[in-house]
Design a protein. Structure first.
Length: 399
């Protein structure tokens, strides 16, 4: 049979990087592009804490260069369990933890063990795009529940309930949220968990931004899930400034004990298919958990100042108001009425005319339309230049 691509790749898209080739092309022609598309603090003036870098060197020199256990280095799993007890109120031990190559891989594992073709997974709308992409690869069907902009992008629990069907397997929660920056209240989380419990769904809680919170109290699903099984996903990319190191983890909480053990076993089996995460990086991550949280207050202070600046500038551009993000480092303004037909066209023209790269809201699935996502990671002077350009662009075309 002549070679042809598998049908499933037709649906593989990742909006966050879609226009990067065009941006690079503009740079080759001598233009200065301001990138506000990727949630990577290390592309700006943030760096991996020094003790973590030193621990990596030491791990390599001391011979931690072999394959680790597939579920992860034992000492790291201990340190992760300790962190999750402290930060998230999770009642877990090292045995519950599976170390992954980023939360990206954890998403892949969870979808792989949960979805048969035709099964549905409830995702926040708008959603981090990897969720629908990976769900589709396994033949699953993403179903988006609405998050309400007028309520700070909090999930519409009635919509969640309406969208549960006989094929629904799992309910994904991302808190703090990408792309909206929303921080969910304990009440909203409890209501979501109640829906999941009622329909015996698996809760998947992505908590990668857990310590990047500017105001309000973050509550972990790990501390709330009593009568429903949950998988918590977390990682080192954002809070510990280790994006390129590719390290994350997951763990199952299941107090009722109905599916937890089988689920963990299946997840470990998935982990075995790729042998292990990088062993020296895992050793360095122990240092991140033990000593490196000292960078957090300074990091949050910088980010808060940048958030406030971007929010204020956007609120001065008619039609571009945004909900003030309470966590993560994204802001999700509306786009004003103008001579662009869609948020995608707005993004493309903003890039070609003013050399600012943002991400079109429709790239985050249903309910993202009519918005764009920007990161507020760069220093103020870069943000100022970017927002001057956005303002000029909108003034030229809006109305
Ligand atoms: N989950 C969310 C909500 C994210 O925003 C990201 C990255 O932006 C990821 C997962 C992927 O993170 P990692 O670098 O751990 O693969």
């Amino acid at each position: 049979m002549p070679f042809s691509l598998a049908e499933r790749v037709g649906g593989v898209r990742y909006a966050i990087r879609e226009f990067v080739p065009l941006a690079r092309e503009l740079e080759r022609k001598g233009h200065r592009v301001i990138y506000l598309n990727i949630g990577d603090p290390l592309k700006y003036d943030f760096d991996t804490p020094r003790p973590v870098k030193e621990a990596l060197y030491e791990a390599v020199v001391r011979g931690y260069n072999f394959y680790s256990a597939s579920e992860g280095d034992g000492e790291l799993r201990e340190a992760i369990a300790e962190r999750e007890r402290r930060v998230s109120g999770a009642d877990i031990t090292a045995d519950d933890v599976v170390v992954t190559q980023g939360v990206s891989e954890a998403i892949n594992f969870v979808m792989a063990v949960s979805l048969d073709p035709g099964d549905e997974v409830l995702l926040p709308g708008p959603s981090y795009p990897l969720y629908p992409v990976i769900a589709r690869i396994y033949g699953g069907k993403p179903v988006f529940y609405r998050c309400l902009e007028e309520e700070g992008w909090s999930p519409d629990v009635d919509d969640v309930r309406r969208k549960v069907s006989e094929r629904t397997k799992a309910l994904v929660i991302i808190n703090p949220n990408n792309p909206t920056g929303a921080l969910y209240s304990e009440r909203a989380l409890r209501e979501m968990l109640d829906v999941a419990a009622e329909h015996k769904l698996l809760v998947v809680s992505d908590e990668i931004y857990d310590q990047i919170v500017y105001e309000g109290v973050r509550v972990s699903v790990a501390s709330l899930a009593k009568d429903v099984p949950a998988v918590i996903l977390n990682g080192f990319s954002k809070v510990y400034l280790m994006t390129g190191w590719r390290l994350g983890y997951l763990y199952v909480v299941d107090e009722a004990g109905e599916v937890g053990e089988a689920l963990t076993r299946a997840l470990v089996n998935m982990a075995r298919t790729r042998l292990c995460a990088s062993t020296p990086v895992q050793r360095a991550a122990i240092a991140a958990l033990r000593v490196a949280e000292e960078h957090l207050p300074g990091m949050l202070e910088k980010l808060r100042e940048r958030r406030d600046y971007v929010w204020k500038r956007l609120s001065e551009i008619p039609g571009m108001e945004a909900v003030l993000p309470r966590g993560a480092f994204y802001i999700f303004p509306r786009i004003p009425k103008g001579d662009w037909g869609s948020d995608r066209e707005f993004t493309l023209r903003l890039l070609t005319e003013e050399r600012v790269l943002v991400v079109h809201g429709s790239g985050f699935g249903q309910f993202g339309e009519g918005h764009v996502r920007m990161v507020f990671l760069p220093p103020i002077e870069v943000l100022e230049e970017a927002l001057d350009r956005v303002e000029r662009f909108v003034k030229r075309h809006a109305g």
